[in-house]
Design a protein around this ligand. Structure first.
Ligand code: GLP
Length: 235
């Protein structure tokens, strides 16, 4: 595991964008695994800027996102599809048909999990998977649990996750309690993994990177990934 300490969130965002841009330049039709949350906002803004300056070309890029809330349609402004459209996809020259998220509003969620795992596999697994981390060590929506879930699955969100994510909703009752997420096995199949974390995550990042590998700290599995980079910002 490569751990890179930077001073600020701006530096974190610029460096993460450098790594993603390098991937796109080296393999223009790469499959990017993408994440939502506050952490990647600066990274996406950097990528948008490079694209609008003509320094980066998303025309052949394909993407798969980690997760989605259950029960929200794509046009709901709290859905991760909406987040990705407004923060990245609508602002770069990507073909929307090449952007994929689990469908949180699918009538049969079990069938949706099978479909999404098969989709990620058929696209060849991500060349680079971007990750944030929850304060409890979750990646995607893989919450602390007795086992590492292998494949795309639905999950009951932890109380602490609902509380943390409620800052983005009008009231806590509006936060969906279920989500659909890539499994730990799905994430580990990415050829490269890039985890970004702000200063408020320093403690959990330390546990994940240097503590025991345990499903109680889902991100700790990344210690076993052959090409994982963590960028942690100091403030
Ligand atoms: C959510 C997402 C995760 C994300 C985490 C941290 O629960 N499902 O993929 O990494 O929150 O989010 P933030 O970056 O906003 O702290």
């Amino acid at each position: 595991m490569r751990i890179i300490h930077v001073d600020s969130y701006d530096q974190l965002s610029a460096l993460a964008a450098d790594i993603i841009a390098a991937q796109v330049i080296l393999k223009p039709d790469c499959l990017l695994g993408l994440a939502t949350g506050s952490s990647p906002l600066g990274t996406y803004a950097n990528l948008v800027e490079r694209c609008s300056q003509g320094r980066l070309d998303f025309s052949q890029v394909r993407t798969v996102n980690l997760d989605e809330y259950c029960g929200l349609t794509a046009d709901n402004d709290q859905s991760y599809r909406y987040f990705m459209d407004t923060n990245l996809f609508n602002k770069v020259n990507i073909d929307k048909a090449n952007t994929h998220l689990p469908d949180g509003s699918a009538p049969d969620m079990q069938a949706e999990c099978v479909r999404y795992e098969a989709l990620v596999e058929s696209l060849g697994w991500p060349d680079l998977q971007l990750l944030g981390i929850g304060h409890n060590g979750h990646i995607g929506f893989n919450e602390p649990a007795p086992d590492f879930p292998a494949q795309v699955h639905t999950v009951q969100l932890a109380e602490s996750t609902i509380k943390a994510n409620s800052r983005l909703f009008e009231k806590i009752e509006d936060v969906p309690t279920m989500a659909v997420t890539m499994g730990i096995g799905t994430i580990m199949k990415a050829r490269k993994v890039l985890l970004i974390a702000g200063a408020d995550k320093a403690e959990i990042v330390e546990k994940a990177c240097r503590g025991p590998v345990t499903p109680e700290v889902p991100a700790s599995i990344l210690q076993l990934h052959p090409d994982a980079t963590v960028i942690l910002s100091g403030k």
